[in-house]
Write a protein that binds this ligand. Structure first.
Ligand code: FAD
Ligand code: DLZ
Ligand code: SF4
Length: 508
């Protein structure tokens, strides 16, 4: 009996479990560009174009490999607009009575598949290293779910950077050698760019017509859209940038949007690259003496550590995770997250680059846009929707734990043992933004004082009860308490004035 095999826009790999469970001789692959998936948040046009173009190319790859594929384009007559609707339509056409799927990366879609009136078997997404039950076993009984310990287990499991049962280089983690301030010169020209081919051009026209009003610039479009291109982009990074990845991982520069980052998250998350090939390529660079251990360990940790850990948290915490709001914040997301119209140069630059590239690197996401939202008390659900919409690599399984957990502390400390907040000094140390900013980073109060400085103390003061006893924050409270009372009052009044300006919609 014929079965349908669902392949979603972020499951573009011949290794996915649904294909392994299917029978090429008789089963029919279903892929569909649908309004529901393209519209559940206002995705960046580059993200939609990337997914549609990569889907079209992958469908062709499957056909060439001998699969029967029923592919729905967004503007096809009869497109029902949803994944469930397309499955039912294809079931009617083919007489199929059941569906084989790989578990989606969002609770929303998992439950939509459960509600389809014909049986949908959701097989585990074993493109990931750590299965849900393995993560739960690791987490069970632990007081704190610290990524570092999870990561060590993943190192042992994979054998990556291991020498017998010891970590290569004698340490699990080389972060002590990383995180240098921004360099004057960057000798890496950024990620590999790909000229759009006919398939991509056709998708770009469609996306322009249908999603041209969404936040984000569509052209120039330079992403890889198939496995071969993504592998070239990976090799380019390994050769040209990996050696300095660790050193400048946390640096930010106005005129360099990518520094030594890999810019492969959208390829990994969509299935064009797998964690193993990426990590093995990095390890090989270290073994051949082409990249130092601090860079390679740091890079591999992001993938088998942070990426897998975040996914574990998302599935362990359940569908309500995205609604967490432990600090009870309800301020609306400021308009400048969409317009970049703010005098805070760091924020303006991060938003501008997000608008143009559908990409910002980790420290921009965490310590600029994320830090500001947390300091200003923005509703985490709004922050979550923004991140889910604007980045080409954003799917809830990875975006939500990064935003709700790591960046906004809205989960109360499951992901991070303390909130990631900082004043302007940290941003100034790690970037070249402050010298050209309308605000003065060295001014702590009064006209022209950096809003990060003011809001930082406002945040600590507001949440004293919650954070004062946290040993990682004790030093911050000691510094605050050493200021004389009059100065503290001025800082808090100035911080309140910044928030009033935000609420009034005045330029900040
Ligand atoms: P590199 O810096 O080169 O790192 C290599 C790879 O490690 C990345 O490609 C990614 O796959 C992985 N990685 C690194 N950090 C993380 C992390 N914290 N969580 C998961 N994987 C990680 N990443 C996403 O893939 N999708 C998101 O929607 C997303 N939203 C984020 C939101 C916030 C507020 C923050 C702070 C981080 C978010 N991240 C997200 C994590 C990280 O910022 C991106 O993975 C990274 O910036 C992608 O760029 P890159 O490929 O150049 O990464
Ligand atoms: C993100 C996305 C978009 C924009 N469009 C589609 C689509 O039209 N068809 C599809 O199958 N998948 C799409 N996706 C990816 C899904 O939203 C993704 O599979 C879920 O969010 C689960 O991670
Ligand atoms: Fe950002 Fe403050 Fe520096 Fe301006 S002075 S760039 S607002 S940290």
């Amino acid at each position: 009996m014929v079965k349908l095999v669902l392949i979603l826009g972020d499951q573009l790999s011949e290794e996915v479990s649904a294909l392994r469970e299917a029978d090429k001789a008789c089963d029919v692959v279903v892929m569909a560009e649908v309004a529901d998936e393209a519209g559940y948040v206002p995705h960046h046009p580059k993200k939609i174009a990337f997914i549609f173009a990569a889907m079209r190319k992958f469908a062709r790859q499957l056909e060439e490999a001998g699969w029967q594929v029923r592919y729905t384009r967004l503007d096809d007559d009869g497109n029902s607009g949803s994944i469930a609707g397309e499955l039912l339509r294809r079931a009617d056409e083919t007489g199929a009575k059941e569906v084989i799927a790989t578990e989606p990366g969002e609770w929303r879609l998992i439950s939509a598949l459960e509600d389809v009136p014909i049986p949908v078997h959701q097989f585990p997404d074993d493109r990931f290293l750590c299965a849900h039950d393995e993560f739960d076993d690791w987490a069970e009984g632990r007081k704190e779910l610290r990524m570092e310990y999870f990561y060590r287990q993943m190192r042992r499991k994979t054998g990556l950077l291991m020498e017998d049962d010891k970590p290569a280089g004698g340490k699990w983690n080389f972060d002590h050698d990383n995180r240098k301030p921004a360099p004057d010169d960057v000798d890496f020209g950024g990620p590999m760019h790909f000229t759009p081919d006919d398939t991509v051009e056709e998708v770009l026209d469609l996306v322009e017509a249908r999603f041209g009003e969404n936040f984000g610039t569509l052209r120039p479009f330079w992403f890889a859209t198939d496995q071969g291109q993504a592998r070239r982009a990976l090799s380019h990074f390994i050769k040209q940038a990996l050696p300095r990845f660790g050193d400048y991982q946390d640096a930010m520069l106005q005129e360099n949007r990518f520094l030594y980052h890999s810019v492969i998250s959208m390829y990994l998350n969509a299935g064009l690259l797998g964690w193993r090939e990426v990590c093995e390529a990095a390890e090989a660079a270290w073994r051949s003496g082409d990249a130092p251990i601090n860079a390679v360990e740091g890079f591999i940790r992001q993938i088998i550590g942070w990426r897998e850990y975040m996914r574990g948290i998302y599935f362990r915490e359940g569908p309500e995770y995205t609604a967490r709001n432990i600090l009870r914040y309800d301020r609306s997301l400021p308009a400048f997250y969409w317009t970049a119209e703010t005098d805070m140069l760091c924020v303006a630059k991060a938003v501008e680059q997000t608008r143009e590239e559908a990409y910002a690197h980790h420290i921009q996401r965490l310590m600029i846009t994320g830090n500001f939202a947390l300091l200003a008390g923005i509703d985490p659900a709004e922050v979550h929707e923004w991140y889910l919409a604007v980045y080409a690599d954003a799917y809830e399984w990875v975006e939500a734990p990064n935003v709700i957990g790591m960046s906004q502390f809205a989960d109360g400390g499951i992901v991070g043992s303390k909130p990631y907040v900082s004043g302007g000094n940290y941003i100034n140390k790690m970037s070249d933004y402050c010298g050209d900013c309308a605000y003065s980073v060295s001014k702590k109060t009064g006209e022209g004082a950096c809003p990060f400085n003011l809001l930082y103390w406002g945040f600590l003061d507001r949440h004293r009860d919650r954070f004062e006893k946290n040993p990682r924050m004790a030093q911050m409270y000691r510094t605050w308490d050493k200021m004389d009372a009059e100065r503290r009052r001025t800082v808090l009044a100035d911080a309140a004035a910044v928030l009033e300006r935000l609420d009034a919609g005045d330029r900040v």
